[in-house]
Design a protein around this ligand. Structure first.
Ligand SMILES: NC(=[NH2+])NCCC[C@H](N)C(=O)O
Ligand SMILES: [Mn+2]
Ligand SMILES: [Mn+2]
Length: 300
C-alpha cells in the first residue's frame, strides 16, 4: 500500500445528508486541519487530484423517497470516472467527503478494477435503507445498500455492474443506530456487522483481526469507507447524524493502525465531517489523524 502514491480527491457534496455542511468537509480537512502537512511529515508521496465539480439545480428525477437523486446520480458518475482513472494509474485513491452518499461513486469506480472488492464500513449506521425503509429519504442512508445492488435502479446500475460488491465481502464496524428494515436485511444476508455491543465484548483488536483474516481470503482489494460518526460524538462532534456510544479515540486509531499493518487496503474515503457543526475543527483534525494511522503513522 505505501509503495503507492496517494491521490486525494475532494468531493464537496452534502445533498445526500439531511443537514447541510458536509460539503465543507474536504476544504477543512485539507486547508484548516492540515492533511498535506501530515502527509509531508510522514514522507508520503501524494498528489491532489482536481476537485470533483458538484452538480446543482438539475431537473429533478421523480422518486418516491430519495432526495436530490439527480444530483447524487450525476456526482456518482463523475466520481466513479475519477476513482477508476486513479486506480488505473496505480495510485491509492483517498476520497474526502462530503456526505456518505459519495461512496456510491467511489465504489462504482473501484468495482471496475476489483471483481471481489472488500468494503470495511465504519459507521454508527449501516446505510442499508431503500426508499421503502428510509425514515428520511436521505440517500447517505442508502449508499451501502446501493453498492450491494439494493434499491434505486438508476444508482445500483451505474457503470453496468450490479451488484458492485457482495455481502460476504462487507464488514460494518461500529453500528449502533439501525432502522428496522436495515436490521432485517443484515439478518437475512448474515452480513458481518460488528455493532458497538460486539466491540464492547470482544475488543476492537479481535474484531479487526477477524475482519482482516476473512477479507484476506476472499477479496482482491479492500476499500475503507470511514464515516466519522462511527467515532463517539465526544471526539467527533462535527457530524450531521451523531449517535452516542461510539468508538473511542484509541479504538478508532487502533482499528486503522491494524488495517495499515494488514497491508490489504487499496483505497479509502473519509466522510460526514461537517465543519458547520464542528467545535474548533476538532472533527476535521480527527479525520486527519485517522488518515495518518491508516497510512502508517505509528506511535513508536
Ligand atoms: N451516512 C450517514 N450518516 N447516514 C445516516 C443515516 C440515518 C438514517 N438511518 C437514515 O436513513 O436516514
Ligand atoms: Mn454512513
Ligand atoms: Mn453514519
Amino acid at each position: 500500500m505505501m509503495n503507492q502514491s496517494v491521490a486525494i480527491v475532494s468531493v464537496p457534496f452534502g445533498n445526500g445528508a439531511g443537514t447541510s455542511g458536509a460539503e465543507l468537509g474536504p476544504a477543512h480537512i485539507l486547508n484548516n486541519a492540515g492533511l498535506p502537512l501530515k502527509l509531508n511529515a510522514m514522507n508520503i508521496t501524494y498528489q491532489i487530484s482536481k476537485e470533483i465539480i458538484v452538480p446543482s439545480q438539475l431537473p429533478p428525477i421523480q422518486t418516491t423517497n430519495a432526495k436530490y437523486l439527480a444530483e447524487v446520480l450525476e456526482l456518482s458518475g463523475q466520481l466513479a470516472d475519477r476513482v477508476s482513472q486513479l486506480v488505473a494509474q496505480g495510485t491509492f485513491p483517498l476520497v474526502l467527503g462530503g456526505d456518505h452518499s459519495i461512496s456510491i461513486g467511489t465504489v462504482a469506480g473501484l468495482a471496475e478494477h476489483y471483481a471481489n472488492l472488500g468494503v470495511i464500513w465504519f459507521d454508527a449506521h449501516s446505510d442499508l435503507n431503500t426508499e421503502e425503509t428510509s425514515p428520511s429519504g436521505n440517500i447517505h442512508g442508502m449508499s451501502l445498500g446501493i453498492s450491494l445492488g439494493r434499491g434505486i435502479p438508476l444508482l445500483t446500475g451505474l457503470r453496468g455492474i450490479c451488484p458492485k460488491i457482495k455481502p460476504e465481502h462487507v464488514a460494518i464496524i461500529g453500528a449502533r443506530s439501525l432502522d428496522p428494515g436495515e436490521k432485517a436485511y443484515i439478518r437475512s444476508l448474515g452480513m458481518a456487522c460488528y455493532t458497538m455491543h460486539d466491540i464492547d465484548r470482544l475488543g476492537i483488536a479481535r474484531v479487526m483481526d477477524k475482519v482482516i483474516q476473512h477479507l484476506r481470503q476472499v477479496t482482491d482489494g479492500v476499500h475503507v469507507s470511514f464515516d466519522i460518526d462511527s467515532v463517539d460524538p465526544k471526539e467527533a462532534p462535527g457530524t450531521g447524524t451523531p449517535v452516542k456510544g461510539g468508538l473511542s479515540y484509541r479504538e478508532a486509531h487502533l482499528a486503522l493502525e491494524l488495517l495499515f499493518q494488514s497491508d490489504l487496503v487499496t483505497s479509502a474515503e473519509f466522510v460526514e465531517v461537517n465543519p458547520s457543526l464542528d467545535k474548533h475543527n476538532k472533527t476535521a483534525k480527527l479525520a486527519v489523524e485517522l488518515i495518518g494511522s491508516l497510512l502508517g503513522e505509528q506511535i513508536l
